[in-house]
Design a protein around this ligand. Structure first.
Ligand code: SF4
Length: 457
């Protein structure tokens, strides 16, 4: 009979200092058998943490957790430890740089810049490792055997060739995948184009297919500060969990971690369910051996994102008196993007039309102000009939309100912001000030929890 998958849960003092975090990481890995057999003398170890954005925990993994893992890998004999990550699409494209006022508003952070700001680079180097951003990493084209949504991707050579691959996710809710744990964390491995394109409503299967290339040999979850609500970025709220988890089974870890977040049936998390279906690990909690603390001792009821607690259309239609939404034949991702676009338009005292999906039904001879009419998503840009006539009229008038892309993800919102700035409805100074204020709030919160931290700006 094959052995059950093991998931270790360690709960420590809160807030933990560096020594306590190191103790917790060592205990969690020890509970699943230690590093013997996983790392041997002279090995090259690749570590993939979740460093989502230029914000500290709970948005990104704690630098001290990563440093402990690097140190343990070196102690186990690794001759080289590479910490590799690719930040979120929003961080690459959209996040405003508060330091570069007056406007000229500048956007976007590379992964190595995020690593420096968060103190990851320093912590990793002091522990005996090196850092690498996906943007700079050498990649190889890989066929995904058994891929369902992803069949071929550019994959970082350093992970493919490493002797040991370690995944370090955070414990967060996510507006598009309910939670982001170890399976979702591997999205950062995709190159920039792959990360952008994967944000459709087959995102979950994309994440699962990435794991078919190389399953991590070890997963170490940073659940010290979790995130609930509208995660996985600035929209979420911190949850003081004080937990570290470890497993060699990615799916089992995600299953038990989601139960720790108060999700009674872990199979409602699509990445967990799909990965188990595709044979990547064990999702059924009855077939998993939980060692250390039981789930019941650490469990908290995380607030799920609104996208998982409310009907999606209730976030889009019938909401704002100044927005006429024409949406039809749209995927859930376009519905979500429409909801985000509306949050910009709702504040402007003008009437807007927003057209979304492959087959929205507009009234014949729709009377709409062309300058205040937005097409959102590739499908809306490919519609025929009346809508094509409307687009042609806009083209002839030199009006570009076409927020393209499939999905119309961060770049669609960047373009919307830029258009609203050019129309005088948004002030770039205000956007920069808002980004700065938001960033300070996150920095200040984390400094209370870890007084030894300061951003390297
Ligand atoms: S552009 Fe079309 S296919 Fe792409 S996410 Fe939107 S509705 Fe779906």
């Amino acid at each position: 009979m094959s052995e059950k998958s093991k998931v270790a849960i360690v709960k420590g003092k809160f807030p933990p200092d560096k020594t306590e975090i190191d103790r917790m990481v060592r205990e969690a890995i020890g509970l699943i058998g230690g590093l013997a057999g996983k790392i041997k003398k002279g090995d090259h170890v690749a570590i993939k943490p979740n460093l989502f954005a230029p914000y500290p925990p709970p948005i990104s993994v704690d630098r001290r957790v990563i440093a402990s893992m690097v140190k343990m890998a070196r102690e186990a004999g690794a001759s080289r430890v590479t910490v590799i990550e690719g930040v979120s699409v929003g961080t690459l494209m959209k996040r405003v740089r508060p330091s570069l006022t007056p406007c000229g508003m500048s956007r976007g952070f590379k992964t190595t810049e995020v690593m420096k700001i968060l103190g990851i680079t320093k912590a990793v180097e002091e522990a005996g490792g090196e850092v690498l951003g996906i943007e700079e990493a050498a990649k190889v084209e890989v066929d995904i055997v058994g891929g369902i949504a992803l069949h071929q991707i550019n994959y970082p050579k350093v992970i493919l060739e490493a002797d040991c691959f370690i995944n370090i996710p955070a414990m967060k809710t996510h507006t598009m995948t309910m939670v982001t744990l170890s399976l979702k964390n591997l999205q950062g491995i995709l190159d920039e184009r792959g990360r952008y394109f994967s944000h459709r409503d087959d995102l979950q299967q994309h994440m699962v297919d990435i794991s078919k290339i190389r399953k991590p040999d070890l997963v170490l979850l940073d659940g010290l500060l979790g995130m609930e609500g509208m995660g996985a970025g600035e929209g979420g709220t911190a949850v003081e969990m004080g937990v570290i988890m470890a497993s060699t089974d990615t799916v089992a870890l995600d299953s038990i971690a989601s139960m720790c977040m108060g999700i009674d049936n872990p199979l409602v998390v699509s990445t967990t369910r799909l990965a188990a279906h595709d044979g990547l690990g064990t999702a059924n909690p009855f077939l998993i051996d939980v060692v250390g603390k039981p789930v019941s001792e650490v469990q908290r009821k995380f607030q799920l994102p609104l996208t998982y607690t409310l009907p999606l259309d209730s976030l889009v239609t019938g909401l704002y008196p100044n927005i006429d939404v024409y949406i039809g034949g749209a995927c859930s991702t376009c519905w979500l993007m429409a909801a985000l676009a509306e949050t910009y338009l709702a504040r402007i005292p003008r009437r807007f039309s927003l057209i979304v999906g492959v087959d929205p039904k507009i009234p014949p001879k729709l009377k709409t102000d062309l300058a205040h009419t937005f097409f959102l998503g590739e499908c809306a840009l490919a519609t025929g009939g009346e809508l094509r006539e409307l687009r042609n009229a806009m083209q002839l008038a030199g009006i570009d309100r076409f927020l393209g892309g499939c999905p119309p993800y961060e770049q669609g919102l960047v373009k919307l912001e830029d258009i609203l700035i050019s129309m005088g409805y948004l002030d770039p100074q205000e956007l920069v000030a808002k980004a700065g204020k938001h960033r300070e709030e996150f920095f200040n919160y984390y400094r209370k929890y870890d007084p030894t931290w300061a951003p390297e700006l």
